[in-house]
Ligand binder design. Structure first.
Ligand code: SDX
Length: 430
């Protein structure tokens, strides 16, 4: 809603632009008519000052370290609820009643199997393929199996596709893991909760019964809550842009998984653990802090820094607490990687370089240590991030599709290439 007008002076032209206020957070200057009135574009590579859409789903205050899902603080949701409750909240905007929650759990649980021919699809991959490559491919392939839920103009089909993706991501993720270690796939069991089901599909073997550790299941469920959504991050923006062309939801989520894979984004949890392993011991930390500060060295502290959080990432605090909980439950008293992480954080947070640039640990800093202790290999960390973020991508995609002002996303550019010039026949080229 337009709060008031502001003016922009462009050369000798003064342009009136509407200012829109949100419920909380920064207002926006609506520049939709700027090009038509001035013949000029705005320029903001990386979108540091650009709001791409209006949304009611997630709010971040980077300066205060606040993260709200539909207005509820992440700390309270992680403490009191489970992941499927957060999924319901993100999708429908309100916490579920007991009846709504049991109905939602029932519907998700009964969509966890994948088409049996997906097994043959997996046989085409090399065993040593990165599980994220397998996830990009297999989630995209869901649109080759579920034609009855790809018509995005049909609300019923949108709902079915949404439930299928939330339900099937754990199954596909566990299949990617099992395939990479040469173990048989494990079918989901309907008498287990969402995260216990996933742990069993990952770690059960046909030779013996698998007993889910409730402490680990609760910890991983909380980790999923922390990763569920995060406003207009790179992968969510990818899903929205892909969806704006009318592409089917499975293809849009596959695009989101591809973007999340990058080490600057969701791939940072894998990169952060590799960095801690490379540092190896507390004695080596000063050398790596110096590398991170060296402008000529591309090295960065993975799991540190954030485009929005210029304070501690609230998820990182909960992640750190969960890490200690998991290590205690597993009887891991002194994990050298944790010692390096805690000391690295202590040193970095007292170093003027990191203080001035407002670089704090983000969600990826402690997640790797936790997931490794739970038995996941490093290359599965971003798969778990994608599993949890699927509900956020779906909720944002759904909001975009249902937004009456939605149009195909089509940014412009500042062209700095060659002006028009004539073709030179081959015989005249030197
Ligand atoms: C996620 O967007 C989201 O919401 C993402 C996410 C989500 O839930 O979806 O929160 C998940 O992706 C978390 C971030 C995971 N990435 C990493 O941990 C990788 C390491 N971090 C950086 O690459 C970086 O901090 C980013 C990518 C996270 C943010 O990059 P920006 O906002 O573009 O910041 P920048 O690269 O411009 O850095 C600002 C300054 C630079 O120095 P100057 O050029 O100003 O001198 O800070 C420095 C950078 O060199 N800097 C770092 C650093 N991160 C930034 N220096 C050392 N180590 C780092 N980690």
């Amino acid at each position: 809603m337009t709060a008031h007008m502001t003016t922009l002076k462009v050369g000798d032209q003064v342009v009136d632009l509407p200012v829109k206020e949100g419920a909380i957070g920064p207002a926006v200057v609506d520049i939709g008519k700027l090009y038509g009135q001035t013949g000029m574009f705005t320029y903001d590579p990386g979108f540091t000052s650009t709001a791409s859409c209006e949304s009611k789903i997630t709010y971040i205050d980077g300066d205060e370290g606040v993260l709200l899902y539909r207005g509820y603080p992440i700390e309270q949701l992680a403490e009191h609820g489970d992941f499927l409750e957060t999924c319901y909240l993100l999708l429908y905007g309100e916490l579920p009643t007991p009846t709504q929650k049991s109905d939602f759990d029932y519907r998700v649980t009964r969509h966890t199997m994948v088409h049996e021919q997906m097994m043959r699809f997996f046989q085409g991959f090399r065993r040593d393929a990165h599980p994220m490559a397998v996830m990009v491919a297999s989630v995209g392939a869901l649109s080759a199996f579920y034609h009855d839920s790809t018509d995005i103009s049909d609300p019923y089909q949108r709902m079915v596709a949404s439930m299928r993706m939330i339900a099937k991501m754990p199954t596909l993720a566990s299949m990617a893991f099992k395939y990479s270690i040469g173990q048989p796939f494990v079918y989901p069991k309907n008498d287990l909760d969402y995260t216990s089901n996933f742990l069993r599909m990952c770690f059960a073997v046909p030779c013996e019964e698998y007993k889910v550790n409730p402490v680990l299941s609760r910890a991983l469920d909380r980790i999923f809550i922390l990763h569920a959504d995060h406003e207009q991050n790179a992968s969510t923006s990818t899903v929205r842009l892909a969806g704006s062309s009318g592409a089917n939801p499975f293809a849009c989520i596959a695009a989101g998984i591809a973007c999340l894979w990058g080490p600057a984004h969701g791939g940072a949890n894998e990169a952060a653990l590799q960095m801690l392993q490379e540092i190896g011991s507390v004695d080596n930390i000063p050398k790596y802090i110096a590398k991170a500060k060296d402008k000529n060295d591309p090295f960065r502290l993975m799991g540190f820094g954030h485009r929005v959080y210029k304070n501690y990432d609230p998820r990182a605090k909960i992640m750190q607490k969960t890490c200690h909980e998991v290590l205690n439950e597993l009887g891991i008293k002194d994990d050298p990687l944790l010692d390096v992480a805690v000391e690295l954080e202590r040193i970095a947070l007292s170093d003027s370089y990191f203080i001035e640039k407002k670089l704090y640990p983000n969600i990826d800093f402690y997640s790797g240590i936790t997931l490794k202790a739970m038995g996941f290999p490093t290359d599965m960390f971003t798969v778990l991030f994608a599993l949890a973020r699927t509900v956020g991508w779906i909720a944002q995609w759904k909001e975009m599709i249902e937004d009456p002002s939605q149009r195909i996303g089509r940014p412009r550019q500042l062209y700095t290439g060659e002006p028009a010039r004539d073709y030179v026949p081959m015989a005249q080229r030197r």
